[in-house]
Design a protein around this ligand. Structure first.
Ligand code: FAD
Ligand code: NA7
Length: 456
Protein backbone atom coordinates (compact mmCIF):
# COMPACT_ATOMS: atom_id res chain seq x y z
CA UNK A 1 0.00 0.00 0.00
CA UNK A 2 1.19 3.53 -0.73
CA UNK A 3 2.61 5.32 2.30
CA UNK A 4 0.22 7.95 3.65
CA UNK A 5 1.86 11.13 4.92
CA UNK A 6 -0.02 13.82 6.85
CA UNK A 7 1.48 17.27 7.28
CA UNK A 8 0.03 19.77 9.74
CA UNK A 9 0.77 23.38 8.81
CA UNK A 10 1.75 24.94 5.47
CA UNK A 11 4.23 27.51 6.67
CA UNK A 12 7.82 27.42 5.43
CA UNK A 13 8.40 24.09 7.23
CA UNK A 14 5.33 22.31 5.86
CA UNK A 15 6.09 23.70 2.41
CA UNK A 16 9.64 22.37 2.72
CA UNK A 17 8.16 18.90 3.28
CA UNK A 18 5.97 19.22 0.19
CA UNK A 19 8.94 20.44 -1.80
CA UNK A 20 11.13 17.57 -0.56
CA UNK A 21 8.69 14.99 -1.92
CA UNK A 22 8.22 16.96 -5.12
CA UNK A 23 11.96 17.02 -5.65
CA UNK A 24 12.06 13.23 -5.27
CA UNK A 25 9.14 12.87 -7.69
CA UNK A 26 10.94 14.99 -10.28
CA UNK A 27 13.89 12.62 -9.97
CA UNK A 28 11.63 9.69 -10.81
CA UNK A 29 10.81 8.36 -7.35
CA UNK A 30 7.38 7.09 -6.36
CA UNK A 31 6.10 9.41 -3.72
CA UNK A 32 3.60 8.79 -0.91
CA UNK A 33 0.02 9.98 -0.72
CA UNK A 34 0.34 13.41 0.86
CA UNK A 35 -2.22 15.56 2.59
CA UNK A 36 -1.34 18.84 4.30
CA UNK A 37 -3.76 20.72 6.57
CA UNK A 38 -3.49 24.48 6.87
CA UNK A 39 -5.86 26.41 9.08
CA UNK A 40 -5.33 29.71 7.24
CA UNK A 41 -6.72 30.42 3.78
CA UNK A 42 -3.24 30.68 2.28
CA UNK A 43 0.18 29.19 2.86
CA UNK A 44 3.32 30.92 4.17
CA UNK A 45 2.76 30.59 7.93
CA UNK A 46 4.08 33.59 9.86
CA UNK A 47 4.78 35.39 6.57
CA UNK A 48 1.08 35.30 5.70
CA UNK A 49 0.29 37.90 8.32
CA UNK A 50 -2.95 39.55 9.30
CA UNK A 51 -4.24 42.80 10.77
CA UNK A 52 -6.29 40.80 13.22
CA UNK A 53 -5.43 40.15 16.84
CA UNK A 54 -6.86 37.51 19.15
CA UNK A 55 -9.14 35.40 16.99
CA UNK A 56 -9.22 35.19 13.22
CA UNK A 57 -12.31 35.31 11.01
CA UNK A 58 -13.04 31.65 11.80
CA UNK A 59 -12.71 32.14 15.53
CA UNK A 60 -9.33 30.39 15.64
CA UNK A 61 -6.31 31.98 17.38
CA UNK A 62 -4.55 34.34 14.96
CA UNK A 63 -1.38 32.57 13.93
CA UNK A 64 1.06 35.18 12.69
CA UNK A 65 3.04 37.40 15.05
CA UNK A 66 4.34 39.53 12.19
CA UNK A 67 3.51 43.21 11.72
CA UNK A 68 3.55 46.15 9.34
CA UNK A 69 7.05 47.34 8.55
CA UNK A 70 8.62 44.02 9.42
CA UNK A 71 11.84 43.74 7.46
CA UNK A 72 13.97 40.63 7.52
CA UNK A 73 15.93 40.57 10.77
CA UNK A 74 18.78 38.50 9.30
CA UNK A 75 20.50 38.56 5.91
CA UNK A 76 18.38 36.88 3.24
CA UNK A 77 21.59 35.16 2.10
CA UNK A 78 21.45 33.08 5.30
CA UNK A 79 18.04 31.59 4.52
CA UNK A 80 18.23 31.21 0.72
CA UNK A 81 16.85 27.93 -0.65
CA UNK A 82 19.72 26.15 -2.33
CA UNK A 83 17.35 24.83 -5.04
CA UNK A 84 15.63 28.18 -5.68
CA UNK A 85 17.77 31.30 -5.50
CA UNK A 86 16.72 34.90 -5.01
CA UNK A 87 18.18 35.60 -8.46
CA UNK A 88 15.91 32.98 -9.98
CA UNK A 89 12.88 34.44 -8.25
CA UNK A 90 13.43 38.16 -8.74
CA UNK A 91 15.52 38.06 -11.91
CA UNK A 92 17.91 40.64 -10.53
CA UNK A 93 19.93 41.26 -7.38
CA UNK A 94 18.07 42.79 -4.43
CA UNK A 95 19.19 44.03 -1.02
CA UNK A 96 20.06 41.75 1.89
CA UNK A 97 17.18 42.65 4.23
CA UNK A 98 13.89 42.77 2.30
CA UNK A 99 10.53 43.47 3.92
CA UNK A 100 8.06 40.71 4.81
CA UNK A 101 6.02 40.87 1.60
CA UNK A 102 9.12 40.32 -0.52
CA UNK A 103 10.18 37.24 1.44
CA UNK A 104 6.60 35.96 1.39
CA UNK A 105 6.67 36.29 -2.39
CA UNK A 106 9.95 34.39 -2.54
CA UNK A 107 8.60 31.52 -0.41
CA UNK A 108 5.49 31.30 -2.56
CA UNK A 109 7.47 31.43 -5.80
CA UNK A 110 9.19 28.13 -5.20
CA UNK A 111 6.09 26.17 -4.24
CA UNK A 112 3.95 27.70 -6.97
CA UNK A 113 6.56 26.54 -9.45
CA UNK A 114 6.44 23.05 -7.94
CA UNK A 115 2.70 22.50 -8.32
CA UNK A 116 2.24 21.28 -4.76
CA UNK A 117 -0.81 23.36 -3.85
CA UNK A 118 -2.99 20.39 -4.72
CA UNK A 119 -1.77 18.61 -1.58
CA UNK A 120 -2.96 21.36 0.78
CA UNK A 121 -6.38 21.54 2.41
CA UNK A 122 -6.71 25.21 3.37
CA UNK A 123 -9.08 26.54 6.05
CA UNK A 124 -8.66 23.18 7.75
CA UNK A 125 -7.46 22.93 11.31
CA UNK A 126 -6.05 19.82 12.98
CA UNK A 127 -8.01 19.20 16.17
CA UNK A 128 -7.07 15.82 17.55
CA UNK A 129 -4.69 12.94 16.92
CA UNK A 130 -4.49 9.35 18.11
CA UNK A 131 -1.91 6.69 17.36
CA UNK A 132 -2.67 3.00 17.14
CA UNK A 133 0.41 1.06 18.22
CA UNK A 134 -0.90 -2.17 16.70
CA UNK A 135 -1.50 -0.79 13.21
CA UNK A 136 1.09 1.98 13.50
CA UNK A 137 -1.39 4.47 12.15
CA UNK A 138 -2.23 8.02 13.12
CA UNK A 139 -5.84 9.13 13.01
CA UNK A 140 -6.11 12.88 12.69
CA UNK A 141 -9.39 14.71 13.18
CA UNK A 142 -9.58 17.97 11.29
CA UNK A 143 -12.26 20.62 11.02
CA UNK A 144 -13.11 22.40 7.81
CA UNK A 145 -13.45 25.97 9.05
CA UNK A 146 -15.77 26.92 6.20
CA UNK A 147 -18.33 24.17 6.80
CA UNK A 148 -17.51 23.35 10.44
CA UNK A 149 -17.58 19.69 9.44
CA UNK A 150 -15.07 17.38 11.05
CA UNK A 151 -13.39 14.50 9.27
CA UNK A 152 -10.82 11.90 10.21
CA UNK A 153 -7.81 10.92 8.13
CA UNK A 154 -5.46 8.01 8.64
CA UNK A 155 -1.70 8.32 8.07
CA UNK A 156 1.38 6.17 8.40
CA UNK A 157 3.64 9.17 8.99
CA UNK A 158 2.80 12.49 10.56
CA UNK A 159 4.74 15.74 10.18
CA UNK A 160 4.14 18.51 12.70
CA UNK A 161 5.04 21.84 11.15
CA UNK A 162 2.85 24.28 13.03
CA UNK A 163 5.64 26.60 14.21
CA UNK A 164 6.33 27.70 17.77
CA UNK A 165 6.14 31.48 17.70
CA UNK A 166 2.40 31.95 17.94
CA UNK A 167 1.29 31.04 21.46
CA UNK A 168 2.49 33.88 23.71
CA UNK A 169 4.34 33.33 26.91
CA UNK A 170 2.95 36.19 28.98
CA UNK A 171 4.21 36.23 32.57
CA UNK A 172 2.41 38.00 35.40
CA UNK A 173 4.00 41.11 36.91
CA UNK A 174 2.90 42.40 40.30
CA UNK A 175 0.60 45.41 39.94
CA UNK A 176 0.39 45.24 36.14
CA UNK A 177 -3.40 45.25 36.44
CA UNK A 178 -3.15 48.82 37.74
CA UNK A 179 -1.25 50.00 34.64
CA UNK A 180 -3.64 52.40 32.90
CA UNK A 181 -2.05 52.28 29.45
CA UNK A 182 -1.96 49.59 26.80
CA UNK A 183 -0.40 46.24 27.70
CA UNK A 184 0.13 43.79 24.88
CA UNK A 185 2.24 40.81 23.95
CA UNK A 186 4.52 41.01 20.91
CA UNK A 187 2.21 38.48 19.21
CA UNK A 188 -0.49 41.18 19.11
CA UNK A 189 1.78 44.00 17.94
CA UNK A 190 0.73 45.10 14.47
CA UNK A 191 2.68 48.33 13.94
CA UNK A 192 4.39 51.11 15.86
CA UNK A 193 2.70 54.14 14.31
CA UNK A 194 0.43 54.59 17.31
CA UNK A 195 3.43 54.80 19.61
CA UNK A 196 4.48 58.15 18.13
CA UNK A 197 5.45 60.46 21.01
CA UNK A 198 4.87 57.72 23.61
CA UNK A 199 7.10 56.34 26.35
CA UNK A 200 7.35 52.58 25.88
CA UNK A 201 8.44 49.71 28.02
CA UNK A 202 9.49 46.46 26.35
CA UNK A 203 9.96 43.46 28.64
CA UNK A 204 12.37 40.88 27.19
CA UNK A 205 15.80 41.04 25.62
CA UNK A 206 15.64 39.10 22.40
CA UNK A 207 14.58 39.61 18.76
CA UNK A 208 11.07 40.91 19.47
CA UNK A 209 12.13 43.43 22.12
CA UNK A 210 14.91 44.71 19.92
CA UNK A 211 12.86 44.93 16.74
CA UNK A 212 9.61 46.28 18.20
CA UNK A 213 11.70 48.75 20.20
CA UNK A 214 13.55 49.97 17.13
CA UNK A 215 10.36 49.99 15.02
CA UNK A 216 8.88 52.26 17.67
CA UNK A 217 11.94 54.49 17.56
CA UNK A 218 11.63 54.63 13.79
CA UNK A 219 7.98 55.66 14.08
CA UNK A 220 8.77 58.47 16.52
CA UNK A 221 8.33 57.03 20.02
CA UNK A 222 9.55 59.47 22.68
CA UNK A 223 11.49 56.84 24.63
CA UNK A 224 12.07 53.11 24.71
CA UNK A 225 13.04 51.19 27.82
CA UNK A 226 14.03 47.55 27.43
CA UNK A 227 13.80 45.46 30.57
CA UNK A 228 15.84 42.26 30.73
CA UNK A 229 15.62 39.22 32.96
CA UNK A 230 19.04 37.65 32.34
CA UNK A 231 21.30 40.01 30.43
CA UNK A 232 21.03 43.29 28.52
CA UNK A 233 21.37 43.15 24.73
CA UNK A 234 24.06 45.79 24.94
CA UNK A 235 23.66 47.36 21.49
CA UNK A 236 24.64 50.96 20.84
CA UNK A 237 21.06 52.16 21.19
CA UNK A 238 19.79 55.54 20.01
CA UNK A 239 19.78 58.26 22.68
CA UNK A 240 16.11 57.71 23.60
CA UNK A 241 16.62 54.01 24.39
CA UNK A 242 17.88 52.46 27.62
CA UNK A 243 18.12 48.97 29.10
CA UNK A 244 17.06 48.25 32.67
CA UNK A 245 16.99 45.04 34.68
CA UNK A 246 13.68 43.28 35.26
CA UNK A 247 10.53 45.04 36.38
CA UNK A 248 9.73 44.12 39.97
CA UNK A 249 6.26 45.67 40.01
CA UNK A 250 3.95 48.27 38.58
CA UNK A 251 2.09 50.95 40.48
CA UNK A 252 -0.30 52.69 38.11
CA UNK A 253 1.75 54.05 35.18
CA UNK A 254 5.04 53.56 37.04
CA UNK A 255 7.26 50.54 36.50
CA UNK A 256 9.80 49.76 39.20
CA UNK A 257 12.99 47.95 38.20
CA UNK A 258 15.19 45.65 40.25
CA UNK A 259 18.05 48.19 40.32
CA UNK A 260 15.80 50.58 42.27
CA UNK A 261 15.08 52.85 39.30
CA UNK A 262 11.58 53.56 38.06
CA UNK A 263 9.83 55.18 35.10
CA UNK A 264 6.41 56.20 33.89
CA UNK A 265 5.17 54.64 30.66
CA UNK A 266 2.31 54.93 28.18
CA UNK A 267 2.42 51.32 26.97
CA UNK A 268 4.02 48.00 27.85
CA UNK A 269 4.93 45.36 25.26
CA UNK A 270 5.63 41.90 26.65
CA UNK A 271 8.37 40.58 24.37
CA UNK A 272 8.63 37.51 26.53
CA UNK A 273 8.65 34.82 23.88
CA UNK A 274 6.38 31.93 22.97
CA UNK A 275 5.33 28.48 24.15
CA UNK A 276 5.57 25.21 22.25
CA UNK A 277 1.90 24.21 22.06
CA UNK A 278 0.44 21.35 20.07
CA UNK A 279 -3.18 21.16 21.20
CA UNK A 280 -4.02 18.66 18.45
CA UNK A 281 -1.56 16.07 19.81
CA UNK A 282 -1.81 13.81 22.86
CA UNK A 283 0.72 14.69 25.54
CA UNK A 284 2.94 11.69 24.78
CA UNK A 285 3.57 13.02 21.28
CA UNK A 286 3.73 16.68 22.20
CA UNK A 287 7.08 18.47 22.30
CA UNK A 288 7.73 20.33 25.53
CA UNK A 289 10.67 22.63 25.27
CA UNK A 290 11.90 26.13 25.86
CA UNK A 291 13.02 28.04 22.76
CA UNK A 292 16.43 26.41 22.23
CA UNK A 293 18.65 25.43 19.31
CA UNK A 294 18.34 21.74 20.15
CA UNK A 295 15.12 20.63 21.85
CA UNK A 296 15.48 17.22 23.49
CA UNK A 297 13.61 14.10 22.39
CA UNK A 298 14.04 14.70 18.65
CA UNK A 299 16.66 12.64 16.82
CA UNK A 300 18.51 14.96 14.44
CA UNK A 301 16.13 17.62 15.69
CA UNK A 302 13.36 15.99 13.63
CA UNK A 303 12.36 12.42 14.58
CA UNK A 304 10.29 11.85 17.73
CA UNK A 305 12.22 9.47 19.97
CA UNK A 306 9.36 7.25 21.16
CA UNK A 307 7.58 7.10 17.82
CA UNK A 308 9.73 7.35 14.74
CA UNK A 309 6.69 7.76 12.51
CA UNK A 310 6.28 11.25 13.98
CA UNK A 311 8.36 14.20 12.76
CA UNK A 312 8.74 17.80 13.85
CA UNK A 313 10.06 20.48 11.51
CA UNK A 314 11.26 23.91 12.59
CA UNK A 315 10.99 23.14 16.30
CA UNK A 316 14.34 24.76 17.05
CA UNK A 317 15.26 28.32 17.86
CA UNK A 318 16.44 29.64 14.56
CA UNK A 319 19.54 31.21 13.14
CA UNK A 320 18.90 29.35 9.90
CA UNK A 321 15.30 29.25 8.77
CA UNK A 322 14.05 28.29 5.29
CA UNK A 323 17.11 26.28 4.27
CA UNK A 324 17.17 24.51 7.65
CA UNK A 325 13.51 23.53 7.27
CA UNK A 326 14.45 22.17 3.84
CA UNK A 327 17.32 20.12 5.20
CA UNK A 328 15.02 18.75 7.91
CA UNK A 329 12.27 17.98 5.43
CA UNK A 330 14.66 16.17 3.09
CA UNK A 331 15.93 14.16 6.10
CA UNK A 332 12.39 13.38 7.31
CA UNK A 333 11.39 12.32 3.79
CA UNK A 334 14.30 9.88 3.56
CA UNK A 335 13.55 8.42 6.99
CA UNK A 336 9.91 7.97 5.97
CA UNK A 337 10.76 6.22 2.74
CA UNK A 338 13.45 4.07 4.33
CA UNK A 339 16.29 5.68 2.37
CA UNK A 340 17.82 6.56 5.75
CA UNK A 341 18.02 3.77 8.32
CA UNK A 342 17.44 4.92 11.86
CA UNK A 343 19.79 3.69 14.57
CA UNK A 344 18.44 2.03 17.71
CA UNK A 345 16.59 4.02 20.36
CA UNK A 346 19.69 3.96 22.58
CA UNK A 347 22.00 5.12 19.80
CA UNK A 348 19.59 7.89 18.88
CA UNK A 349 19.46 8.95 22.51
CA UNK A 350 23.25 8.99 22.69
CA UNK A 351 23.34 11.23 19.62
CA UNK A 352 20.75 13.60 21.12
CA UNK A 353 22.72 13.73 24.37
CA UNK A 354 25.90 14.71 22.50
CA UNK A 355 24.11 17.66 20.93
CA UNK A 356 22.50 18.65 24.22
CA UNK A 357 25.86 18.54 25.96
CA UNK A 358 27.41 20.71 23.29
CA UNK A 359 24.45 23.09 23.43
CA UNK A 360 24.81 23.48 27.19
CA UNK A 361 28.40 24.65 26.76
CA UNK A 362 27.88 27.20 23.98
CA UNK A 363 29.80 30.30 25.08
CA UNK A 364 28.38 32.99 22.79
CA UNK A 365 26.28 33.82 19.74
CA UNK A 366 29.10 33.03 17.30
CA UNK A 367 29.31 29.55 18.78
CA UNK A 368 25.54 29.20 18.48
CA UNK A 369 25.73 29.99 14.75
CA UNK A 370 28.47 27.37 14.34
CA UNK A 371 26.40 24.89 16.32
CA UNK A 372 23.38 25.24 14.06
CA UNK A 373 25.67 25.18 11.02
CA UNK A 374 27.10 21.83 12.11
CA UNK A 375 23.60 20.56 12.72
CA UNK A 376 22.58 21.49 9.17
CA UNK A 377 25.73 19.93 7.80
CA UNK A 378 24.77 16.55 9.23
CA UNK A 379 21.31 16.71 7.70
CA UNK A 380 22.51 17.87 4.31
CA UNK A 381 25.30 15.29 4.20
CA UNK A 382 22.70 12.59 4.79
CA UNK A 383 20.41 13.63 1.91
CA UNK A 384 20.44 14.89 -1.66
CA UNK A 385 19.51 18.45 -0.64
CA UNK A 386 21.74 20.59 -2.90
CA UNK A 387 24.80 21.36 -0.76
CA UNK A 388 25.99 24.93 -0.22
CA UNK A 389 28.90 26.53 1.56
CA UNK A 390 27.71 26.28 5.15
CA UNK A 391 30.88 27.77 6.62
CA UNK A 392 30.35 30.84 4.45
CA UNK A 393 26.81 31.18 5.82
CA UNK A 394 28.07 30.82 9.38
CA UNK A 395 30.47 33.67 8.65
CA UNK A 396 27.56 35.72 7.29
CA UNK A 397 25.76 35.24 10.61
CA UNK A 398 28.83 36.43 12.47
CA UNK A 399 29.23 39.47 10.21
CA UNK A 400 25.54 40.25 10.70
CA UNK A 401 25.86 40.06 14.48
CA UNK A 402 28.91 42.34 14.35
CA UNK A 403 26.98 44.82 12.19
CA UNK A 404 24.10 44.79 14.66
CA UNK A 405 26.47 45.46 17.48
CA UNK A 406 28.07 48.36 15.64
CA UNK A 407 24.89 49.95 14.35
CA UNK A 408 21.52 48.61 15.44
CA UNK A 409 19.67 51.07 13.20
CA UNK A 410 21.93 50.53 10.19
CA UNK A 411 22.68 46.81 10.00
CA UNK A 412 19.85 46.27 7.54
CA UNK A 413 21.59 48.61 5.09
CA UNK A 414 24.59 46.27 4.88
CA UNK A 415 25.16 44.00 1.88
CA UNK A 416 25.96 40.30 1.83
CA UNK A 417 26.94 37.84 -0.89
CA UNK A 418 24.81 34.83 -1.82
CA UNK A 419 26.53 31.50 -1.24
CA UNK A 420 24.10 29.90 -3.69
CA UNK A 421 24.73 32.12 -6.73
CA UNK A 422 27.71 34.28 -5.71
CA UNK A 423 25.60 37.37 -6.37
CA UNK A 424 26.36 40.40 -4.22
CA UNK A 425 23.26 42.10 -2.80
CA UNK A 426 22.53 45.56 -4.13
CA UNK A 427 22.14 48.63 -1.99
CA UNK A 428 18.49 49.36 -1.37
CA UNK A 429 17.23 52.72 -2.61
CA UNK A 430 16.22 53.75 0.91
CA UNK A 431 17.97 53.32 4.21
CA UNK A 432 15.95 51.14 6.60
CA UNK A 433 15.48 53.98 9.06
CA UNK A 434 13.87 56.15 6.39
CA UNK A 435 11.81 53.43 4.68
CA UNK A 436 8.17 54.12 5.56
CA UNK A 437 6.62 52.00 2.82
CA UNK A 438 7.27 48.28 3.17
CA UNK A 439 5.29 47.18 0.11
CA UNK A 440 6.94 44.95 -2.46
CA UNK A 441 6.02 47.45 -5.15
CA UNK A 442 7.90 50.27 -3.43
CA UNK A 443 10.74 47.96 -2.49
CA UNK A 444 11.31 46.79 -6.04
CA UNK A 445 10.48 49.95 -7.94
CA UNK A 446 11.17 52.85 -5.58
CA UNK A 447 11.40 55.81 -5.50
CA UNK A 448 13.76 56.36 -2.59
CA UNK A 449 12.49 57.85 0.64
CA UNK A 450 15.94 59.07 1.71
CA UNK A 451 16.13 62.86 1.85
CA UNK A 452 19.22 62.65 -0.33
CA UNK A 453 17.49 60.14 -2.64
CA UNK A 454 19.71 57.33 -1.45
CA UNK A 455 22.73 58.90 -3.11
CA UNK A 456 25.13 58.28 -0.23
P1 FAD B 1 5.02 29.01 10.84
O1 FAD B 1 5.54 30.02 9.91
O2 FAD B 1 4.56 29.48 12.17
O3 FAD B 1 3.84 28.22 10.09
C1 FAD B 1 3.03 27.27 10.76
C2 FAD B 1 1.75 27.06 9.99
O4 FAD B 1 0.96 26.07 10.65
C3 FAD B 1 0.86 28.31 9.87
O5 FAD B 1 0.51 28.54 8.54
C4 FAD B 1 -0.36 27.97 10.73
O6 FAD B 1 -1.54 28.59 10.26
C5 FAD B 1 -0.42 26.46 10.62
N1 FAD B 1 -1.09 25.81 11.74
C6 FAD B 1 -0.85 26.00 13.06
N2 FAD B 1 -1.64 25.19 13.79
C7 FAD B 1 -2.40 24.48 12.91
C8 FAD B 1 -3.39 23.47 13.07
N3 FAD B 1 -3.76 23.02 14.27
N4 FAD B 1 -3.95 22.98 11.95
C9 FAD B 1 -3.59 23.43 10.71
N5 FAD B 1 -2.65 24.37 10.52
C10 FAD B 1 -2.06 24.88 11.60
N6 FAD B 1 12.58 34.17 10.13
C11 FAD B 1 13.45 34.66 9.23
O7 FAD B 1 14.09 33.88 8.52
N7 FAD B 1 13.64 36.00 9.05
C12 FAD B 1 12.92 36.91 9.77
O8 FAD B 1 13.08 38.11 9.59
C13 FAD B 1 11.98 36.42 10.73
N8 FAD B 1 11.24 37.29 11.44
C14 FAD B 1 10.32 36.80 12.31
C15 FAD B 1 9.53 37.70 13.00
C16 FAD B 1 8.55 37.27 13.87
C17 FAD B 1 7.70 38.26 14.60
C18 FAD B 1 8.37 35.87 14.07
C19 FAD B 1 7.33 35.37 15.03
C20 FAD B 1 9.16 34.96 13.40
C21 FAD B 1 10.15 35.41 12.52
N9 FAD B 1 10.95 34.53 11.80
C22 FAD B 1 11.85 35.02 10.89
C23 FAD B 1 10.90 33.09 12.06
C24 FAD B 1 9.71 32.37 11.39
O9 FAD B 1 9.06 31.72 12.41
C25 FAD B 1 10.19 31.43 10.31
O10 FAD B 1 10.74 32.20 9.25
C26 FAD B 1 9.09 30.55 9.70
O11 FAD B 1 7.91 31.26 9.47
C27 FAD B 1 8.79 29.30 10.51
O12 FAD B 1 8.08 28.44 9.67
P2 FAD B 1 7.19 27.24 10.20
O13 FAD B 1 6.53 26.67 9.00
O14 FAD B 1 8.01 26.34 11.05
O15 FAD B 1 6.12 27.90 11.16
P1 NA7 C 1 12.69 34.68 22.30
O1 NA7 C 1 13.84 34.80 21.39
O2 NA7 C 1 12.29 33.33 22.75
O3 NA7 C 1 13.02 35.58 23.57
C1 NA7 C 1 12.17 35.68 24.67
C2 NA7 C 1 12.67 36.78 25.59
O4 NA7 C 1 11.72 36.92 26.66
C3 NA7 C 1 14.02 36.49 26.22
O5 NA7 C 1 14.77 37.66 26.27
C4 NA7 C 1 13.62 36.04 27.63
O6 NA7 C 1 14.57 36.35 28.58
C5 NA7 C 1 12.41 36.89 27.87
N1 NA7 C 1 11.53 36.37 28.92
C6 NA7 C 1 10.89 35.18 28.91
N2 NA7 C 1 10.17 35.05 30.05
C7 NA7 C 1 10.39 36.18 30.77
C8 NA7 C 1 9.93 36.63 32.03
N3 NA7 C 1 9.14 35.88 32.79
N4 NA7 C 1 10.35 37.84 32.47
C9 NA7 C 1 11.16 38.57 31.70
N5 NA7 C 1 11.64 38.21 30.51
C10 NA7 C 1 11.24 37.01 30.05
O7 NA7 C 1 11.38 35.36 21.69
P2 NA7 C 1 11.26 36.57 20.67
O8 NA7 C 1 9.81 36.88 20.62
O9 NA7 C 1 12.18 37.68 21.01
O10 NA7 C 1 11.73 35.97 19.29
C11 NA7 C 1 11.00 34.87 18.73
C12 NA7 C 1 11.06 34.87 17.24
O11 NA7 C 1 10.34 36.01 16.77
C13 NA7 C 1 12.45 34.95 16.66
O12 NA7 C 1 12.69 33.87 15.82
C14 NA7 C 1 12.48 36.22 15.84
O13 NA7 C 1 12.97 36.04 14.55
C15 NA7 C 1 11.13 36.79 15.90
P3 NA7 C 1 15.81 35.39 29.00
O14 NA7 C 1 16.91 35.81 28.09
O15 NA7 C 1 15.33 33.98 28.79
O16 NA7 C 1 16.06 35.73 30.41
Amino acid sequence: MTLRVGIIGAGPSGLAQLRAFESARQKGADIPEILCFEKQSDWGGQWNNSWRIGLDGSGEPVHSSMYRHLWSNGPKECLEFSDYSFDEHFGRPISSFPPREVLFDYIKGRVEKSDVRKYVRFNTVARHTTYNEATQEFTVTVEDLKTNLTETHVFDKLVVSTGHFHVPSAPEFKGIKTFPGEVLHAHDFRGAERFYGKNLLMIGSSYSAEDIGMQSHKMGAASITLSYRTAPMGYHWPANTVERPLVTHFLGPTAHFSDGTQGDFDAVVLCTGYQHKYPFLPSEMSLKSPNVLYPGNLYKGVVWQQNTNLFYLGAQDQYYTFNMFDAQAWFARDVMTGAIDLPSLADREADIQLWLKRQAALPDHDAEADFQTDYLRELIDATDYPPFDLDAVSQLFKDWMRHKHDDILGYRDMLHRSVVTGTMATKHHTRWLNAMDDSMERYLNGPSQDADNGAT
